[in-house]
Design a protein around this ligand. Structure first.
Ligand code: AMP
Ligand code: MN
Ligand code: MN
Ligand code: MN
Length: 282
C-alpha cells in the first residue's frame, strides 16, 4: 500500500519540527508522498522539498489557509500550489499580518481573565520564521499549568465563550479558492467534521465550495472517527469531490495521528492525487 500524507505542520506555523526534521520523520515512517501544509504560509516548502528529494519522497507543495465563512472559521488546503504565484503570496502575507493583531487581542482577553504575559509567552514558542497562532498560546498555557495537554487546553481556553477567545476575520472562501486554483493547485476542505455543521449548512458549504471551483474533501483525518470517515466519503461521492487524506501532524505527543500510515480511502472515492504525476499503486 502506498503511504501518503497530505496534511502536516512544521515550525513555519504551529508544528514543533522544522521542515527538514518533519521530512526525516516522514521518511522513517515510510511515507512515499508528502505534502507540507503549514497554516497561511509557504515558507517551509523549499527546505521540505529539498529534504524530500534526498529521501526519494515525492513532495507536494501545500498550504492550509484560514477562511471565514458565514462567521465561522473553515480551513482550506491548497495542494500542488505554485509558491511563486503572486496573488497567493500576497494573500497569505495579509492573513499573517492579521494574525499579529489577533495575537494581541488574545493576550488582552487572557489578561482580562487574570493571565499575564501570554503574548511574550506565546511568542517564545514561535519558530524563527514562524507565524503566531492559538497553538502557541496553548503551549504557553500548558507550560504555566493552566491545562495538562493540547486537548484539554482547547476545552477551557481560546475558544468561543472561554477566556482568551478573540473573534477574527480571515480571508473569504472565494478569494482563497482563486489563489489556490489560479496557481494551478487543488482546493480541499480540511477536516470537515471539525466544524460541527448541521446537515443543511454543510450542504450549503459544499455547494458553494464546488461552485467556486473547489474540488476535494479531506475524508481521512486524525480529527475524524471511522464513522465520520464514512459520512464524509458519502458527501464526497454525492458532490463529486475528490478525496484527500492527511494526519494533521503537529508534533510528537501533540497529535492523534503520527505522520503517514493512515487508513485506506473508503471504496468508491477518487483520490485527490489520481491525476498527479506520482506513484499510483494504492
Ligand atoms: P489558529 O489557526 O491560530 O486559530 O489555530 C488553530 C490550531 O489550533 C489548529 O490548527 C490546531 O493546531 C490547534 N487546535 C485548535 N483546536 C484544537 C483542539 N481542540 N485540540 C488540539 N488542537 C487544536
Ligand atoms: Mn495547527
Ligand atoms: Mn486545520
Ligand atoms: Mn492542519
Amino acid at each position: 500500500m502506498l503511504n501518503i500524507d497530505l496534511h502536516c505542520h512544521s515550525t513555519v506555523s504551529d508544528g514543533v519540527l522544522t521542515p527538514a526534521q518533519l521530512v526525516e520523520r516522514a521518511f522513517q515512517r515510510g511515507v512515499k508522498i508528502l505534502a507540507l501544509t503549514d497554516h497561511d504560509d509557504i515558507a517551509g516548502l523549499e527546505e521540505a522539498s529539498m529534504a524530500a528529494f534526498e529521501k526519494n519522497i515525492t513532495f507536494i507543495n501545500g498550504v492550509e489557509i484560514s477562511v471565514s465563512w458565514r462567521g465561522r472559521t473553515i480551513h482550506v488546503l491548497g495542494l500542488n500550489v505554485d509558491p511563486n504565484f503572486q496573488p497567493l503570496v500576497g494573500g497569505l502575507a495579509a492573513i499573517r499580518a492579521g494574525r499579529i493583531q489577533r495575537a494581541r487581542n488574545i493576550a488582552a482577553a487572557l489578561e482580562k481573565a487574570g493571565i499575564e504575559g501570554s503574548l511574550e509567552g506565546a511568542y517564545a514558542f514561535v519558530g524563527v520564521r514562524g507565524l503566531i497562532g492559538r497553538t502557541h498560546f496553548a503551549r504557553f498555557l500548558i507550560e504555566k499549568g493552566y491545562a495538562k495537554d493540547m486537548k484539554s487546553v482547547f476545552k477551557k481556553y481560546l475558544v468561543k465563550g472561554k477566556p482568551g477567545y478573540a473573534h477574527h476575520e480571515w480571508a473569504a472562501l472565494s478569494e482563497v479558492i482563486e489563489w489556490i486554483t489560479g496557481s494551478g493547485g487543488r482546493a480541499v476542505i480540511a477536516h470537515p467534521a471539525r466544524y460541527n455543521l448541521g446537515k443543511n449548512v454543510l450542504n450549503d458549504l459544499f455547494d458553494e465550495f464546488s461552485a467556486l471551483g473547489g474540488g476535494a474533501l479531506e475524508v481521512i483525518s486524525a480529527s475524524h472517527t471511522p464513522q465520520q470517515v464514512e459520512i464524509f466519503a458519502e458527501h464526497a461521492r454525492k458532490h463529486d469531490f475528490l478525496v484527500s487524506c492527511g494526519s494533521d501532524f503537529h508534533g510528537p505527543g501533540e497529535s492523534y495521528y503520527d505522520l503517514g500510515q493512515l487508513p485506506k480511502l473508503p471504496v468508491g472515492c477518487v483520490p485527490v492525487w489520481h491525476d498527479w504525476k506520482v506513484p499510483q499503486n494504492v
